[in-house]
Design a protein around this ligand. Sequence first.
Ligand SMILES: O=P(O)(O)O[C@@H]1C[C@H](O)[C@@H](CO)O1
Ligand SMILES: Nc1nc2[nH]cnc2c(=O)[nH]1
Length: 275
Amino acid sequence: RRNSYEMCKETADWLRARTAQCPKTAIICGSGLGGLAEVLDNKTYIPGHQNPILVFGELNGQPCVCMQGRFHYYEGYSVGMVTFPIRVLFLLGVEVLIVTNAAGGLNPSFQVGDIMFIRDHISMFGLGGQNPLRGPNDERFGVRFPCMSDAYEQDLLSLAMESVQELGFVSFTREGVYCQLAGPSYETIAECRVLQALGADAVGMSTIPEVIVARHCGLRILGISLITNKVMMSYNSQEKANHEEVLRISVVRAEALQKLVTCLLGKLGESTNPL
Ligand SMILES: O=P(O)(O)O[C@@H]1C[C@H](O)[C@@H](CO)O1
Ligand SMILES: Nc1nc2[nH]cnc2c(=O)[nH]1
């Protein structure tokens, strides 16, 4: 199994031999958001033999590691491979995971360019019987039956909201439920209507397997979706979802997201460092 304890440990040891940095926070950069890593100080780049690239460094004085890109299920990777980096990060000593993605807005009040903190998720994989924790459980990672109702930590969300207020980002910040489909095709109009009726506010093609595996091994999680497009709800709409537009909007909001994460890291440092 790609995400077995032994394979994850081997990679974590390999990484430890290449950097002395011991980050407590990891950031997974979603589509078009890889620039987040560029603002780190004292960077060490570690290219994998496949994508993604790990960048170790400091943000606002706090050690952190950014994963530029991720393994997507739609690219043909197994859920074991999709979630392998999470377990490696855990074995490296990471405690806080900031997971970002580009997503389509289902909530009619959302605008393109909104930042949505993920309050909860709907896993179409999970509902369909495909959970990344399926199979033998390794207690060195976590318990057999992990709770998911608290996957997105309230304290982290509160710190993130404080940052939003200080930065003046309230007008384009939302909270909501993220739903993941396999991709790579975007949703049909009928599918979007179903997802909205189910209570989803945003739809994407990643994140949830990572969150399930991260929660299983006890990481504190903050999820951020960037709403890069509004999904089509009407047969009269002339718009069409396309990846170039997704990337374009990600780049437009990249700077705001960098500021948000930088501010949040400072707050995290204050909240965990003894006075
Ligand atoms: O890695 P994320 O979830 O940000 O990427 C989303 C899903 C697809 O990769 C792509 C679709 O435009 O954006
Ligand atoms: N599934 C899905 N993923 C996205 N990523 C960015 N926009 C979208 C979208 O509309 N649907």
